[in-house]
Ligand binder design. Sequence first.
Ligand code: ATP
Ligand code: MG
Length: 272
Amino acid sequence: MAMSQTNLASVQSAPSVAAAEPDVAVSARQISKTYGEVEALRSLSLEFPRGQLTSLLGPSGCGKTTLLKIVAGLLEPDSGEILVNGKAVTGPGPDRAFVFQDFALLPWASVIRNVAFGLELRGVAKSEREDVARKYIGNVGLAGFENAYPHELSGGMRQRVGLARALSVDADVLLMDEPFSAVDEQTRRKFQEDLLSLVQNENKTFIFVTHSIEEAVYVSDQIAILLPRPSRVLEVIRPSGFRDSGAVNIRRDPEYLDIVDKIWASLRSYVE
Ligand SMILES: Nc1ncnc2c1ncn2[C@@H]1O[C@H](COP(=O)(O)OP(=O)(O)OP(=O)(O)O)[C@@H](O)[C@H]1O
Ligand SMILES: [Mg+2]
């Protein structure tokens, strides 16, 4: 995915845009959310370009999961609004799919049934939904495991089932909350490579939460650095130069290394 921005270009998000730009799939406008005494988000604004992956990176407890849930329509903000394809979110909808950290698989159902489950809920005929499910089971590297049950899979494989299910419902927007946090380093790297090709091939908008700076820089078209609670966007970074150098070369690219350093410099003051 070629970016035309200059290296390390940082753009502050515009909090009050009159109408959604056509290339913006999701926009969060001045979102605030307080839980009792805890003010999680304060007037957070951010735009998510269509067909791209945006990572949310920020200190633990800054409200990343809260923001994803609000975009998903699972949680209502106290103020502000989320637009998806220009339309205000009022609840969950078929245009968004959530890949939960704990995958939320049905333990009694096979891989193919789990993957096809979103379509089953929508009343899609069995043969049709299983065709779709098979395609995505293949795309996430699980061909041959269609009839296995969740307990027969590793944590990483279960995560792939969750991802295949989210892809099967053909939502425009995929919300991923630390989807790779529970897997070992090798599996995680493979996942990251797979995610890059999914973003390139699927023309979906990914909103991806991670704690790993390296992971964010590796997989993202855009990285939003969030401030500690009450959270807002500190800055948005758009890596540009190394996307075309091939998945295996990204980590050696000087721009990749510069951005990782720059983000760490921004975030370290909040960790100390
Ligand atoms: N249901 C809830 N009730 C009360 N407080 C909550 C609730 N959910 C989240 N919070 C609080 O809101 C803040 C933001 O939580 P959230 O889970 O969104 O953070 P996060 O950035 O996803 O953190 P982490 O990186 O640790 O996953 C935290 O201080 C948390 O304690
Ligand atoms: Mg979280």
